[in-house]
Design a protein around this ligand. Structure first.
Ligand code: FAD
Length: 323
């Protein structure tokens, strides 16, 4: 089949049950801002394929998922799609699985790899990726001197949304297994979800707590504000090290990088290693009793005060509004 002009290949994020994950919208939006999104959906359900049209996919390529093997089947399908479409760039989520697939595709096809982009644009020579580096201290661009770049895009960093495509062309890919060595998944035991809160990666709103929360018991205040806002819960490393919350919630250089619409920092000083993981958030609100805390340098709104006095009032106001 023919592909649209200026194709940008997107690897959709698909959940184990075949549903489209929310992070795919930003990837397709980024692709549409520089070309025509051709979306590879591996293991997607029929309704997911339809949903991808709604997100702006002009073409949806489908491939079967091999749930037992890690990464290699994804890279095989991505490589097949790349060879077929000859895109001007490949966009993949900057998740653990996404980075794994992107790196391998770049090696197999001898392409340049640009990681953790916060946006993409086009110049006379092709697609350019934009990055926030050194703890958000500098913005920098990357572009290959030849070939299409493989770009991993930070979750939540791209706001742009593509116009819906009513009836995207759908093509089932025939993927020849490369036979490359792959780790295989043994028995899978589903973990009961203990929280109805959104996942930190890709969340639209994040409330994070730091050492200022003073104890694990008091850290509950962070969770209460998060629930009032429908936000995910994050933390500074100091809060994690003190045992207030598991490490999977750590935001920063050695934790998760987030780029939500709203980031609320409670009792966090704003060390460079923390800012590295949240500085590209769209709106930053900080509550800290120290007016000189560096977090206020990056905050859009700040409250200088004792969080144990301020936060309950904020929660009460939010609850009041919901009535
Ligand atoms: P603190 O710096 O102790 O700040 C606590 C803040 O709470 C203070 O500003 C204080 O004024 C305020 N406060 C206290 N009580 C109250 C109150 N009642 N009301 C309001 N405000 C109050 N850190 C990360 O977060 N993420 C990382 O990924 C990370 N990676 C690192 C990697 C390396 C290699 C290194 C060396 C460090 C890393 N760090 C990281 C640690 C980082 O340098 C800081 O130590 C850490 O971020 C501090 O956490 P904090 O802001 O919670 O604590």
């Amino acid at each position: 089949m023919g592909y649209p002009e200026n194709p940008i290949l997107v690897l959709a994020d698909i959940a184990a049950d075949g549903a489209v994950l929310p992070s795919t919208a930003g990837l397709v939006g980024a692709a549409a801002s520089v070309g025509a999104p051709v979306v590879l959906a591996i293991g997607a359900s029929a309704s997911a394929v339809e949903q991808l049209g709604g997100l702006g996919a002009q073409v949806v390529l489908t491939a079967e998922a091999d749930a037992a093997a890690l990464t290699v089947p994804v890279v095989d399908a991505l490589q097949e799609a790349f060879r077929l479409v000859r895109p001007q760039a490949v966009l993949v989520s900057n998740s653990i699985a996404g980075r794994d697939a992107a790196g391998r595709l770049a090696v197999r096809e001898r392409l340049a790899l640009s990681v953790d982009a916060i946006g993409v644009s086009r110049d006379d020579e092709g697609i350019v990726a934009h990055h926030s580096v050194y703890g958000g201290g500098y913005l920098t661009d990357s572009a290959p001197t030849f070939g299409a770049p493989v770009i991993t895009v930070r979750l939540g960093a791209v706001d742009a949304r593509a116009e819906a495509v009513a009836a995207p062309a759908v093509e089932a890919l025939e993927v020849t297994a490369s036979g490359a060595a792959a780790a295989t998944v043994g028995p899978v035991a589903a973990v009961e979800a203990t929280s109805s809160r959104p996942d930190l990666r890709g969340a639209a709103k994040v409330v994070s707590g730091g050492r200022g929360l003073a104890s694990k018991e008091k850290f509950v205040l962070v969770e209460q504000l998060a629930d009032a806002l429908g936000a995910a819960v994050g933390a500074s490393r100091a809060a994690v090290d003190a045992g207030y919350i598991p490490q999977s919630h750590q935001v920063g250089q050695t934790g998760v990088s987030v780029s939500p619409q709203l980031y609320v920092a409670l009792g966090i000083s704003g060390a460079i290693q923390h800012r590295a993981g949240m500085q590209t958030s769209k709106t930053i609100v900080a509550i800290n009793k120290d007016a000189d805390a560096p977090i206020f340098d990056v905050a859009d709104f700040g409250i200088v005060g004792d969080l144990f006095t301020v936060v309950p009032q904020v929660i009460a106001l939010l609850e009041e509004r919901k009535k």
